[in-house]
Design a protein around this ligand. Structure first.
Ligand code: PMP
Ligand code: GLN
Length: 378
């Protein structure tokens, strides 16, 4: 009777990683690399720890890191956010999302989310008394149905959450998408959260277009990123939000009571390592090679794929292998075939099953090859 989220269980990432461990399966489910982060980054962390940087960081984040984020943001997206008033370092993108949503959503507010979507958005909206309004992305390429978004806007719409490159589908929004969104909200008070944690993982002819590159969107957006994705350090839980001063002020009111501040030596180390620009400039090629290698392995299987445009995830359709619900199929695949993946229905509020599994290819070639061999037996 006291549960605030009675219908919410354990996250699919915990469930599938747990099942993978239990059955000693190759874990391509939860998104994280199976290779280590850059050695110099580790050395910097231990160096700062030894030097005594082990106490609270400033609430908005270590200034040096905010300054580096600012300069990088201008280099990538042509906008120089003010480190003092427009950038906040958080405990991962998860905290930034939580702080942004709780900062602006009031009881009765509607929030438009595009499904399938990352699993943390809707529960936080609901905890604020808000109402998630779900708009499905369109098959086969999971593009945005902007007419449907437009029809979903009401006088109660407070916020629209977008995610590009998109988890779990790998879809990437175009400049045209961003322009359309800007036009839709022009004469409204609607705010935007743009979840861009996979900003450096875009493939082929695709480019990442940030909400920060559109002046109209920028003035009403929380743009969120994560060092966990960019530096192969998902366990460091360090991310940030860029937002106009008036929105940042509200976000920080939440941040100061969720965690108060992010981890000091990690922020200092990342700030220094951000000078290695080649790391993130080469990341698209690094992950594109992994995507291509994984797709090559899948060619010996009966899974069907459309190459992912971004993120470190590849969707694969299994309808020629089985007609089971994707949750059942994913569990059986883990137990019997020895490969764990995420059933995409977990990203839909009503568990819509389009017979897709999501595989994470942020893995060594050896891991991906072994997974391919197992999947070929199906
Ligand atoms: N948003 C999306 C779309 C993600 O995929 C993730 C990571 N799974 C997050 C946010 C959370 O990032 P972090 O690990 O930095 O909290
Ligand atoms: N973001 C990761 C994914 O989509 C997992 C994050 C988590 O475990 N909460 O797989």
């Amino acid at each position: 009777p006291h549960s605030k989220l009675p219908d919410v269980g354990t996250s699919i990432f915990t469930i599938m990683s747990g099942l993978a461990n239990e059955h000693k399966a190759i874990n391509l489910s939860q998104g994280f690399p199976d290779f280590n982060c850059p050695e110099p980054l580790i050395n910097l962390v231990t160096q700062y720890m030894h030097e005594g940087f082990n106490q609270y960081a400033p609430m908005p984040g270590v200034l040096k890191l905010r300054e580096k984020i600012s300069v990088k943001t201008e280099k990538m997206y042509g906008y120089l956010p003010d480190p003092e008033t427009e950038i906040t370092v958080t405990a991962g993108a998860t905290e930034a999302l939580n702080a942004a949503i709780t900062a602006v959503v009031k009881p009765g507010d509607e929030v438009i989310v595009l499904e399938p979507c990352y699993d943390s958005y809707a529960p936080v909206i609901r905890l604020c008394g808000g109402l998630p309004v779900y708009v499905p992305l369109m098959l086969p390429d999971f593009s945005v149905d902007w007419d449907r978004v437009k029809r979903s806007i009401t006088s109660r719409t407070r916020l629209i959450i977008i995610n590009t490159p998109h988890n779990p589908t790998g879809a990437v929004m175009t400049q045209q998408d961003m322009n359309t969104l800007a036009k839709l909200i022009k004469d409204t008070d609607i705010l935007i959260i743009s979840d861009e944690v996979y900003e450096h993982m875009v493939f082929d002819e695709n480019v990442h277009y940030s909400a920060l590159q559109n002046a109209q969107l920028r003035e009403r957006s929380f743009v969120i990123s994560s060092f966990g994705k960019t530096y192969h350090t998902t366990g460091w839980k360090t991310g940030y939000a860029v937002a106009p001063a008036r929105l940042t002020a509200e976000l920080r009111k939440m941040h100061q009571f969720i965690t108060f501040c992010a981890v000091t030596p990690l922020q200092l180390a990342i700030a220094d390592f951000m000078d290695e620009e080649s790391h993130y400039l080469e990341l698209p090629y690094f992950y594109q090679a992994k995507r291509d290698f994984f797709i090559e392995q899948l060619k010996q299987t009966r899974f069907e794929v459309i190459p992912s445009s971004g993120t470190y995830f590849q969707l694969a359709k299994y309808s020629s292998i089985s007609d089971e619900h994707d949750q059942d199929f994913a569990k059986r695949l883990t137990k019997e075939t020895g490969v764990a993946a995420i059933p995409v229905s977990a990203f839909y509020h009503d568990k819509t099953d389009n017979k897709f599994l999501r595989f994470c290819f942020a893995k060594s070639e050896e891991t991906l090859r072994k997974a391919g061999e197992k999947l070929a037996k199906l």
